[in-house]
Ligand binder design. Sequence first.
Ligand code: NI
Length: 174
Amino acid sequence: MAVREVVVWPDPRLRQETQVVDQVDDRVRALYRDLCDTMYAENGLGIAAIQIGDPTKMFLVEPKLAGRDENDLPVAFINPEVLWASEETQLSDEGCLSFPDIYVEVERPMRARMRAMDLDGNIFEIEGEGLLARCLLHELDHLTGKLLVDFVGPLKRQMIKRKLQKAAARAADG
Ligand code: NI
């Protein structure tokens, strides 16, 4: 188990093609544990494997948000797909561990139904509304390389890039 470094945009690893999981083996279980540790260390509601540089089709969602007990482990979504999304939408600011301190207003469906495989290899479905729907669709976007900056125009994109590069330079200076 280990807290891994979160890959920050514009790192090209965030655009890698992700790979389907054929079976949940020790590698996938170890990846899950690292994602749990990293998500909690960063106070994220969700995290995708690609955000720690691993292009596996998997993401995690914080248990309470996913409708479980708050003391449960984060919920793993392996090879997830959207089955249905509502016509009705919601508009709200969205953050991402790969864009520290950046918030972007994103329009999303108000409700969405998703199917995925769990860590035991079983297929399950979940329907989310509001923040859960937003979180599920945000994490799913990561698995196709889609990022917050893809929802903004070129000027805002440049602004975000400069802000993140300045923050990275400050961090490098200690
Ligand atoms: Ni994200």
